[in-house]
Design a protein around this ligand. Sequence first.
Ligand code: PLP
Ligand code: ZN
Length: 417
Amino acid sequence: MSNILHLQCVSCGKTYSTSDTEYTCPYCGDISGTLDVVYDYEFIKSQLSKASLENSHEYSHWRYLPLLPVDQPQLIPPLQVGFTPLYKAEKLGEQLGLNGLYIKDEGKNPTASMKDRASSIAVVKALEKGARVITTASTGNAASSLSAFAAVTGLDCLIFVPENAPRAKVAQLLSFGAKVLMIRGTYDHAFDQCRLAANKWQWYCRNTAINPYLGEGKKTAALEICEQLSWKAPDKVFVSVGDGCIIAGLWKGFQDFYRLGFIDKLPQLIGVQAEKAAPLVKAFVEGKDMAETLIPETVADSISVGNPRDQVKALRAVRESGGKMITVSDDQILEAIPLVARGSGVFGEPAGVAGYAGLRKMVDLREIDASEKIVVIITGNGLKDIDSAMMAVKEKPLIVEPGLDDIENALLSFGLF
Ligand SMILES: Cc1ncc(COP(=O)(O)O)c(C=O)c1O
Ligand SMILES: [Zn+2]
């Protein structure tokens, strides 16, 4: 592949050609041996410039093709991934006393979460390798995303999800025609079973972190943010963290544009986890390189992860950026759903708005300056988990008989007259 120099182990530094190894460093294992995709930036500079991007009519994340691990662009699936809006959230910003708050709405992707950025790359890699079957373990979003991309590219899709995956995500899986295995246990169990089965039956595996190409898809959100802010990186980016692939991918994106000279500074990344599912916050605070496994418990199913698979890259990203990892409670996550919806018009699932809950907490602690340019990534759409949204709102609809008298009474009880 002409734009990639090699894959490099994050722990021992050994390098591998893209044909040498598919997933992780055999010496360091799955958690410690995740691989960085190392590019030839001089070659990329000859293919990509600010001017070429400004003149591009490719309104999807494939506008960054020279920075993506794709050998055969003819295999790119037709769904529109990325190029999601970055809204200047005036009202939400005012509520927090911030002058420069922006919301990146990742729920606008084809299956309504940021995972589409990674799945779109995974199917290309699977097809390039001649795979017939693709598989993944997932809390739900990566699976529903992969199912759509498998459907449109003709790959058979086998999914491993925990038994308690939200119904909307399961409905997506089944509608897209995936074969679904609900593992009795947590996401962490589903992950391990999927990895073993993929190995045994030689399926292409999209499991997060062990597949080095997924973060390359996630990074395109960072590239878009820089373009949308007129070639400026924000001061801080807030995002929810489960396995850590999204936050690590974002860092890779900002670094790529910095290396190419498209931006002149890097943002601080703030990773947000749920209080009872926060192995990475603990490792960060204790200054450790590895997280201790725990049994996770949170309403935010997408970040209910006890053994974060991209922990090395995630901790490295947050530390290198000078940012931090923080927790929020489930109540703070639920409160954030209507706050973000009413303040910005964007409806997020619990993990989708956890980044905003983290920002709100840091504002309360006076750790944010009013003049900072802040981006909050809403990673998944609220329709993914309406039970949580219903728990989050205090108001209930009123049932009324047809007739203006009854409607007037209802309006009075709303306090509208
Ligand atoms: C909506 C949403 N937000 C956040 C995350 C966390 O991403 P990561 O596991 O890469 O940290 C996920 C992962 O499933 C997700 O679906
Ligand atoms: Zn290694």
